[in-house]
Design a protein around this ligand. Structure first.
Ligand SMILES: Nc1ncnc2c1ncn2[C@@H]1O[C@H](COP(=O)(O)OP(=O)(O)OP(=O)(O)O)[C@@H](O)[C@H]1O
Length: 953
């Protein structure tokens, strides 16, 4: 090197010791140059002739950092007497930054700059980078994306809903499958998809107290989603971390910097009761802001024009602070149609704005269904009558829809949306899915004891024991002795016993445990959360566990007891939907036996009336009865009279109820349910989705990829058994790239079936956090960005240089646009020689991998400075070759942007015609998003992501 090349203040790196960082020339005297290396706090002097140094020049578009930690993007580079001045941008203005001021660490984004700075890796790291981008590209375009790797069976009705909802931006829907069909799983799949694709980052799950732990466990073991519970004690703990000075300052200067426990984690699980109780917690949850909120057992959110329940009130305000909202309930009309409507309004205020209009719409469902059926049956024609009916429903929009290629489907979708609950409500029923075990009602009439004599004590209602002394009713109520005998007779079969009240459950459990010697556990609201979970776990234990779980009504919601098939209804609830919830604890996915529903009731009392009403009026024991609440509304007066002891109304009540049940079921079957069913599972789409998930899951590719990564990242892999391995940190372990690998190793399986059997093994799929973590780490770090390799083939003269380059699409855009769904990574691989010849097809990547070998580091360091000019020339050639590829990617992306946004704009415009509450600004906002997306796609570029320089020998 010439002496004149070195000028005090210039920045160079030592390629024999890259750990020194970015050096600064501090002295040039005689034939020696001295550099300080601030990052390593060292000074080195080299002979100028053979100094192992490379000049560092950042290029346009690269990030630079100053000693003060400020970051800029380079716009232009100016040479002032040998020292560079960067014209660089901090996001607002352009600054002039002398290279003297640069920080001591080297951070290159351009692969060739990394190479010149001595930051190159082994061949294998480049290979890993190429395959990472290729897999990412494939996975992001796959319909299976976001739905791979759940530890669940692939059930079509769940996956259909999951993909339909999860792909939406900020989805707001009601998941209303019948009890036990897997709404939690559907919500988990949607959450997983949204988090995996970056559509959501912050999620809040709100559930009843009794379901907190179950949700925590389900999210973790099935989806690898780690939620943090915020309850009163954690809330107080985090608050206590706010020190006194902070608190004082906040008090003086306002609340803005208060510690907010809901901001401590991105995924938070908390109970609705807690939010209702604590105003402070509620306000914190509100101000934390969410991308997606899930509310389980949403039938608790009661609403009427006259009275809003505190639960509804809390969820209403939170729902305004969350972009997406999933409400879950198997019995949406449990507390009335008005509440059902109010929840739909939370989900889509533009569509559901008037309760009366909603009620009227429900009357039209049957005629809409008839037209929809005809559209489905005759995809090529529409009768004049149907055309007229459609014009009446859809107005001007009809012509637009009919002009579309998929005209019939578009018309059906619009009808379901504008006049049904199409977009917001999903409900799968046992009848539609089929294959569920039968329910067998086993009534047990028992004599009413003198203890409850109506003539003496009046009508004691559905739970007469509450009016008696505990000792007495335990001794005299024949249901108690019957229960003891039944449990003994069924031993060792597990039995769930449900009664309405906690006092009854506690007394019964004590009696069974202490006096009858039956292993049992109680489950009720007076136990702490931990005690409840302990009781449920004791019951679930198949060897040492309890035979019976005695629950109060809180045991009738959400819990999973399908390992049992005997249910005792110690009393009956008033509400038919509550009965369905109770039976649903056992009648759920995973139940393998027919379910015995034991119903002990006291003859001649309200219990008998209620039993007969459920059995003969609604047939609600043997079948799920979605119309129970509606029938009740029709017959409520007679029902109350019968319950109060008027024997004359019972038979007419039963006859009227049975008739109304039949009528409403037929109506729903032909109307609302038919429409919802059309929407809730399209079997062919679900099957195609499952096929693509299984293709990704069953491929050996994920294991091959991980083996390749483990080799580079120093993870040892040992054979465990078929499809399973043990992973352990090895000697060269690079912890920074590998998440979730414990020091003592991890046993993993690569097969979903095995993962379902063996919960102790991690299920490694393309979407396991360790796999996604490695992929993220490779793409966001410099690993494998630059590599130098040797190629020995007779066809090429020794000393020939080749460049294998990898490009990917970059498209900076606001996250809300979610542009990656339209413009994927699209990796582009090209190979050139120094003359710019395109050798991409002649030298495929796999072939090069086989032929290339690593060059010893010391030799490579000597070679790099000598080939710098040639490498720069090849980079220019390859950039020219890549450039034309961009426009076709942009064109495709633009078409998809239009297809994604335009129907949304149209829908809102169509709804605005019938709903004046939709503001012009809302439509303008969507249009703005569309324009911003178009513009961002227009600015996309192809960036050089990695290079492998190949030297032949
Ligand atoms: N795809 C699946 N693979 C394996 N298990 C499943 C699957 N779907 C549901 N289950 C199991 O079936 C049971 C019922 O599922 P889940 O709790 O999601 O139903 P739900 O509709 O939310 O019930 P509820 O109406 O009672 O709240 C749970 O034990 C769940 O783990």
């Amino acid at each position: 090197m010439e002496t004149s090349e070195f000028v005090i203040g210039q920045r160079w790196v030592s390629h024999s010791d890259t750990a020194l960082g970015l050096g600064i020339v501090t002295d040039v005297s005689g034939r020696r140059v001295t550099l300080g290396f601030p990052a390593a706090d060292e000074e080195r002097t080299y002979a100028i002739d053979n100094a192992p140094l490379s000049r560092i020049i950042y290029q346009q578009g690269e990030d630079i950092e100053t000693f003060a930690g400020e970051h800029y993007v380079v716009h232009a580079v100016e040479d002032l007497n040998g020292v560079l001045v960067y014209h660089a941008d901090d996001g607002e203005t352009i600054h002039q930054i002398s290279e003297v001021k640069l920080a001591g660490s080297v951070n290159f984004s351009a692969p060739h700059q990394r190479l010149f700075a001595g930051q190159f890796d082994r061949n294998g790291a480049f290979r890993l980078r190429v395959s990472t981008l290729q897999h990412l590209d494939r996975l992001r375009a796959s319909p299976a994306q976001g739905l791979i790797g759940a530890r669940t069976q692939h059930l079509p009705h769940q996956l259909y809903i999951a993909q339909e909802v999860a792909r939406r931006h900020a989805p707001r829907v009601l998941l209303a499958d019948e009890v036990g069909l897997g709404k939690t799983i559907e919500a988990g799949l949607i959450l997983h998809y949204q988090l995996h694709t970056g559509r959501a980052r912050r999620a809040l799950i709100v559930v009843p107290d009794s379901l907190i732990h179950q949700w925590l466990v389900e999210m973790l073991r099935r989806f690898n989603l780690r939620f943090s519970i915020v309850d009163q004690s954690r809330y107080d703990d985090i608050k206590a971390q706010e020190n006194d000075v902070d608190a004082l300052m906040n008090h003086i200067f306002g609340d803005d910097d208060r510690v907010n426990p809901f901001e401590a984690d991105q995924l938070v699980l908390c109970s609705l009761d807690f939010l209702v109780r604590s105003e402070q917690a509620r306000n914190d949850a509100l101000s934390a802001g969410w991308d997606l909120m899930v509310v389980d057992e949403a039938h608790h959110l009661a609403w009427s024009p006259e009275q809003i329940s505190p639960e509804y009130d809390v969820v209403e305000s939170l729902s305004a602070a969350s972009k997406g909202l999933l409400l879950l309930t198997a019995t949406p009309e449990q507390v009335g149609v008005a509440s059902h409507f109010a929840r739909l309004r939370l989900l889509d205020p533009a569509r559901f704005h008037d309760l009366e209009a909603f009620r009227q719409e429900e009357q039209q469902y049957e005629s809409i269904n008839k037209v929809v059926r005809r559209l489905l049956d005759t995809p090529d024609s529409i009768s004049a009558d149907d055309q007229a009916a459609l014009a009446n429903w859809l107005g001007d929009e009809l012509d637009e829809l009919l002009a579309r290629e998929d005209a019939h489907q578009a018309v059906i979708d619009a009808l379901l949306d504008r006049h049904g609950t199409g977009r917001v409500l999903f409900r799968n029923t046992r009848a539609a899915i089929q294959g569920f075990p039968a329910r067998q009602p086993l009534p047990e009439p028992l004599p009413c004891p003198p203890l409850y004599d109506a003539a003496r004590y009046g009508n004691l209602g559905l739970a007469p024991e509450q009016s008696a002394d505990e000792e007495r009713w335990l001794a005299e109520d024949p249901r108690v002795a019957w229960l003891e005998k039944k449990l003994t007779g069924l031993r060792p079969a597990k039995v769930v016993v449900i009664c309405a009240r906690a006092d009854t459950a506690m007394a019964l459990e004590r009696y069974l445990q202490l006096r009858a010697g039956i292993r049992s556990a109680a489950f009720h609201e007076h136990l702490s959360l931990v005690e409840r979970d302990r009781a449920a776990a004791y019951f679930a234990d198949s060897e040492q566990g309890a035979q019976a779980l005695i629950c109060s009504e809180i045991g009738s919601e959400g819990r999973n007891f399908q390992f049992a098939h005997h249910l005792v209804l110690f009393d009956l609830p008033a509400n038919p939907d509550l009965l369905e919830q109770r039976i649903g604890r056992l009648d759920r996915i995973g139940q393998t036996e027919s379910i015995c529903v034991h119903i002990p009731y006291l003859q001649g009392t309200s219990q008998e009336v209620q039993y007969r009403w459920f059995q003969d009026g609604l047939n609600a024991f043997a079948e799920s009865c979605a119309v129970g609440v509606a029938v009740h509304e029709q017959v409520s007066e007679q029902w109350q009279q019968a319950l109060d002891g008027d024997a004359t109304v019972l038979e007419p009540l039963l006859a009227a109820s049975a008739e109304e049940t039949g009528r409403l079921k037929t109506l729903l079957h032909n109307g609302r349910d038919a429409l919802i069913e059309l929407n809730s599972c399209r079997r062919d789409e679900a099957d195609a989705l499952i096929a693509s998930i299984e293709q990704e899951e069953s491929s050996a590719q994920v294991r091959d990829y991980m083996v390749q990564a483990f080799d580079i990242l120093g993870v040892d892999i040992e054979d465990h058994s078929d499809h399973a391995d043990v992973l352990k940190p090895g000697e060269q372990y690079q912890a920074g790239h590998v998440a979730e690998l414990p020091e003592d190793g991890l046993t993993v399986t690569w097969e979903r079936e095995q993962a379902l059997q063996r919960e102790d093994m991690a299920f490694m799929s393309w979407e396991h956090p360790m796999v996604t973590g490695i992929m993220d780490s490779v793409t966001s770090s410099g690993l494998g960005k630059a590599a130098l390799a040797n190629l020995s083939v007779k066809a090429l003269p020794a000393g020939t240089l080749l460049l294998e380059a990898l490009f990917a699409v970059h498209c900076p855009a606001p996250e809300s646009l979610q542009l990656t769904r339209y413009l994927p990574v699209s990796p582009l691989r090209l190979v050139v020689d120094v003359n710019g010849r395109d050798l991409t097809n002649a030298l495929p990547h796999d072939r090069l991998n086989e032929l290339c070998s690593n060059i010893r580091r010391r030799t490579a360091q000597a070679i790099v400075p000598r080939i710098r000019t040639e490498v720069e020339t090849m980079v220019e050639h390859v950039e020219q070759l890549a450039a034309p590829h961009l426009s076709s990617l942009q064109e495709r992306a633009l078409a998809q942007v239009e297809a994604g946004f335009v129907p949304e704009v149209r829908r809102l415009e169509a709804l605005q015609r019938v709903n004046p509450a939709i503001r012009d600004e809302e439509i303008a906002y969507l249009r703005g998003q569309l324009n911003a997306a178009r513009e961002a796609v227009g600015h996309a570029s192809l960036a050089l992501e990695g290079i492998r320089v190949i030297v032949t020998s």
